[in-house]
Design a binder for this molecule. Structure first.
Ligand SMILES: [Cu+2]
Length: 143
């Protein structure tokens, strides 16, 4: 029994490490595009609306398609979170991203460029923490 556990635990750990690092994969090709992420409210543990503004190299809005986000962290055993982004025109997309843990996140923005080529842009979102206890006067998520 003990031997069985001694064999099993390293195997499980190895499994988690592979699963986590495998998610980020090789360097994605940005296809010359840039992404700007804005969050409303500021990133906190829980679901946050993320607006992605995609621009071409010359700064004009990039008419991308099939945009999705993957949120990940740099430690083992992390389950990545995925969110499809909805097109709002002018290279702008909106997604509901769920931060499942506090800490420093990497957000992978993926989709198709205006020319139909797959792109991947990685953005840092650092210092995600517990949602501040809002004072009762401010309404979370109200617009
Ligand atoms: Cu994590």
């Amino acid at each position: 029994m003990l031997v069985w556990i001694q064999k099993l635990v390293p195997a499980l750990v190895a499994c988690l490490v592979v699963a986590c690092s495998g998610a980020s994969g090789a360097d994605g090709n940005t296809q010359g595009l840039s992404a700007k992420l804005t969050f409303d409210p500021q990133p906190h543990i829980g679901t946050v609306e993320c607006t992605v503004a995609l621009t071409n190299a010359d700064g004009t809005p990039a008419q991308c398609t099939e945009v999705e986000l993957e949120g990940n962290m740099n430690h083992a055993g992390m389950v990545p979170v995925f969110a499809a982004a909805e097109a709002r025109g002018e290279g702008t997309f909106v997604a509901e991203l769920e931060f499942t843990m506090g800490g420093d996140w990497l957000i992978f923005v993926r989709g198709k460029s205006p020319e139909g080529k797959a792109f991947e842009i990685v953005k840092d979102v650092t210092g995600v923490r517990r949602k501040p206890q809002a004072d009762p006067a401010s309404k979370e998520g109200g617009q």
